[in-house]
Ligand binder design. Structure first.
Ligand code: ADP
Ligand code: MG
Length: 258
């Protein structure tokens, strides 16, 4: 059993190609956008929290938070001061954590608990007890963040962290709540001629080679390489009934699939 093996061993390769276990197959992992939702304050956040509270009975929901404008400000200062990517990632994570704390306090009456990366193995216990785990969406790479090919801003931010959490758990769905109806041909806030693309594959998004996307660009790679979760649903949180429909299992929002 414990004879010498190397990583190119064909028996290991055969085992590694098996589909991994879905640890929490019923879980829905949802991100509340930082800039797109939380930074808009009460007017955008509170109606979504009402939807979440109403949808929660019987649903294994895990909420991640984005960073947003305060994280971008920290990145700008950090860049100006010459700080490396690993430090910027720590700064960004602490802003997402601020947002997680606010959402957790707001939902405290509905059993929300703030869960850190070290407590991740307690997720089943929290869900089993009917609680509502809230996590900062930033993946906990921190100082070990791989510096990006271009520039110094960490590529794996809170869209990536939310998606990777759904993937490792083998969750039923990953939902990103933002402030647009999915991907457009250009950023609709800057280009009035931008057209919505509807459900779209990562291959089509690559072919279009858009200057900006509604999701972190690394999400295209993650969706294509994922073993268990091969799509994300973008929900427009400015229309809270979209989130209500998505949480009810209806075909709401716009899917990006790998
Ligand atoms: P979050 O707050 O979840 O991190 P972001 O603000 O980073 O979300 O990204 C969402 C924003 O991306 C939207 O508000 C939209 O203005 C912008 N965006 C950029 N390019 C596109 C595009 N091609 N289609 C749609 N939205 C886009
Ligand atoms: Mg973002």
């Amino acid at each position: 059993m414990l004879e010498r093996r190397d990583f190119t061993d064909s028996r290991l390769a055969a085992l590694a190609s098996k589909r991994p276990l879905r640890m929490l197959p019923n879980a829905v992992v949802l991100k509340l956008g930082g800039q797109s939702i939380i930074d808009r304050g009460a007017a955008a956040v509170l109606p979504l929290l009402d939807v979440i509270v109403a949808a929660r009975p019987g649903l294994e929901l895990i909420i991640c938070t984005g960073g947003g404008t305060r994280a971008r400000h920290a990145y700008q200062l950090g860049l100006e001061l010459g700080l490396p990517s690993g430090v910027l990632a720590r700064l960004g994570a602490s802003v997402a954590k601020q947002n997680a704390r606010m959402i957790q306090m707001l939902l405290a009456g509905s059993g929300a608990v703030h869960v850190t990366a070290e407590q991740l193995d307690q997720l089943p216990a929290f869900l089993g007890a009917g609680q509502l785990p809230i996590l900062a969406g930033m993946p906990p790479y921190g100082y070990w963040t791989t510096p990006p090919a271009v520039g110094r801003i960490p590529e794996f931010r809170t869209d990536a962290g939310t998606f990777l959490l759904a993937e490792v758990l083998g969750a039923r769905r990953a939902i990103l709540v933002k402030d647009e109806d999915g991907p457009y041909t250009a950023d609709p806030k800057k280009d009035p001629a931008a057209r919505p693309l509807g459900h779209v594959s990562t291959a089509e998004l690559r072919r279009l080679d858009l200057p900006d996307l509604i999701v972190e660009r690394c999400l295209l790679d993650l969706l294509e390489g994922a073993r268990l979760v091969r799509e994300v649903t973008i929900v427009n949180g400015l229309e809270p009934q979209q989130l209500a429909a998505a949480l009810a299992g209806q075909d709401a929002g716009v899917r990006i699939y790998g």
